[in-house]
Ligand binder design. Sequence first.
Ligand code: 5GP
Ligand code: ZN
Length: 113
Amino acid sequence: MDCLFCKIVKGEIPSKVVYEDEAVFAFHDIAPQAPVHVLVIPKKHIAACADEINAGNSGEIAKVFEAVPKVARACGLTNGYRIINNCGEDACQTVPHIHFHILGGRRLPERMG
Ligand code: 5GP
Ligand code: ZN
């Protein structure tokens, strides 16, 4: 499948890995928007954003969220962080493999939109 993040999971495209288990992969964003900017994704290709979460794939999504505290710890995010899913055009989503941004490492802007 011609999916950028599936290629990153398979190691076909190199990435700076933060955390990995049987279901979840987390890696540094190539264009960080905060001192820590990590993408957490299910290894399984789930298209494309939060809008498509359903009873059939929510187990994979739950595994992603179970990994979030481990990713945060691995990144030294002891004072908080933000989790973002850009879903669709109005949110400027660019990669159609569901992913959650973890941003932190400094006081983030109060406004999000
Ligand atoms: P979206 O805009 O879809 O929510 O987020 C996609 C993210 O993937 C962007 O923040 C972008 O910087 C990141 N990204 C795009 N291509 C690559 C890549 O090849 N490697 C890594 N590590 N991140 C990428
Ligand atoms: Zn994919």
